[in-house]
Design a protein around this ligand. Structure first.
Ligand code: HEC
Ligand code: HEC
Length: 374
């Protein structure tokens, strides 16, 4: 008994001293290699579930009119997003935010730009049902699945039910998403951490110093994901679409209305208030979740509304002390042109050498009622 205790204490002390070294530079968790993504106890991964989720992710049956599967706005060859500043929306609408990448979404505890979902299992129905995204009705989507013999068999095998249940569709999609993650062996920075000194160029190495030091990026973009999952207003400018295009303005008004703000805020708000919509605290206006800095090479453009097209321009934005009205405590950084180039080189070294591409699966056929063995 005593021996066990001593071993445990020894282990605790060892862990503490390692993190003390990691924290020494500025009291922030150092960038590190991502562990495997956490898997919730009530949704274990199996190959069959992942394969089913992979089909459902690409299947328009999980949207209102059959044309808006998850893959429509999260395409592998567009960095698992749409590649456009602001995502398109369900036909007849326009979305109002940049489509976040699904890559590494398995690691966030707070999903969406304002952090209002807490699991991939609860995120998927919000996406498939949201009026400017999938706009699907849950019971209709479920009925469609029940008319696909291959799905009936697969749901039975994976979840043990006689007929597909829509909640299980979201579980399967979440399991699939947990496979869409960075492969550390393909990331220069992670190879460097694993001891391959040559994996980072001199530029990227100098950029790393700046990231952790003079440029101060580590104070928010930290840990394995390079995100503290907190919320800040960095002063990202309003996207021009909201000033020029009525379809964007309709969504903007509708979202503000949906999120339940005061009459006065509704009338006077022309911008995305981000976290404020969730908390209604005046100080939270314009705050958005710190995004991960992994895989940026594949996920242009940047920010919640995609207004910054390139990494060089993101760095210039921070070098100027962020945007107008920022409340994040950003200061002009005084980085020279070379230093800015170095910082971009380091950001690029946080991406895989090649984008993660998965092949679009073949989707199963719908049958008539008569074809089922009821
Ligand atoms: C019409 C386009 C559209 C469709 C369809 C769509 N999404 Fe999204 N997705 C977005 C946009 C835009 C965001 C950012 C939304 C926000 O923050 O308000 C997003 C955010 C996400 C996130 C959050 C990532 C993060 O970093 O927190 C995940 C995960 C995701 N979508 C998965 C899905 C899944 C699964 C489906 C299908 C069930 C789906 N999406 C359907 C556009 C879409
Ligand atoms: C005070 C916290 C904070 C600091 C410091 C900070 N960031 Fe950010 N960063 C954020 C937030 C919050 C966003 C999202 C802002 C938005 O969309 O409105 C963001 C967005 C980004 C993006 C866009 C990512 C994407 O997927 O759209 C990049 C790239 C980035 N930051 C790089 C950096 C670099 C490089 C530095 C250091 C020069 C830095 N950040 C310093 C909080 C911070």
């Amino acid at each position: 008994m005593k021996k066990t205790t001593r071993t445990l204490l020894g282990a605790t002390v060892a862990v503490l001293s390692v993190s003390a070294v990691a924290l020494a530079q500025g009291d922030f968790p150092a960038l590190s290699t991502l562990p495997p993504p956490p898997i919730p106890a009530d949704n274990p991964m199996t190959p069959e579930k992942i394969a089913l989720g992979g089909k459902l992710y690409w299947d328009g049956r999980l949207s209102g009119n059959g044309s808006m599967p998850c893959s429509a706005c999260h395409l592998p060859d567009l960095g698992w997003g749409t590649g456009s500043p602001i995502s398109f929306g369900y036909p007849g609408t326009q979305h109002w935010r940049n489509s976040q990448t699904v890559l590494n979404s398995a690691y966030y505890n707070k999903g969406f730009w304002e952090g209002n979902v807490t699991s991939l299992e609860s995120q998927a129905p919000a996406a498939a049902g949201g009026a400017v995204a999938g706009n699907g009705d849950g019971s209709m989507m479920e009925m469609r699945l029940r008319f696909v013999p291959e799905y009936v068999a697969a749901f039975k095998e994976v979840f043990g039910t006689d007929w597909p249940h829509i909640v299980h569709a979201w579980d399967a999609i979440a399991a699939y998403e947990r496979t869409i993650v960075t492969d550390a062996t393909k990331v220069p920075f992670d190879r460097f951490l694993a001891g391959d000194e040559a994996a980072l160029s001199d530029e990227a190495r100098r950029g790393m110093e700046l990231f952790n030091g003079k440029a101060g990026c580590i104070s928010c973009h930290n840990g394995a994901l390079a995100s503290d999952e907190r919320f800040y207003n960095t002063g990202v400018p309003t996207a021009p679409e909201f000033v020029e295009d009525p379809l964007y303005q309709i969504t903007q008004r509708w979202e503000v209305y949906q999120k339940g703000v005061s009459e006065e805020t509704y009338r006077t708000t022309g911008t995305d208030l981000g976290l404020y919509f969730k908390t209604k605290r005046p100080g939270d206006r314009g705050k958005f979740r710190t995004p991960s800095l992994r895989e940026l090479r594949w996920t242009e453009p940047f920010m919640h509304n995609g207004v910054i097209p390139t990494l060089a321009e993101v760095v210039a934005f921070y070098n100027a002390g962020g945007g107008e009205g920022q409340t994040a405590g950003l200061q002009p950084l005084g980085l020279s042109d070379t230093e800015q180039v170095d910082l971009v080189a380091f950001l690029e070294a946080l991406s895989m050498d090649e984008p993660l591409l998965l092949v679009e699966p073949e989707l199963p056929e719908t049958a008539t009622w008569a074809e089922f063995d009821k």
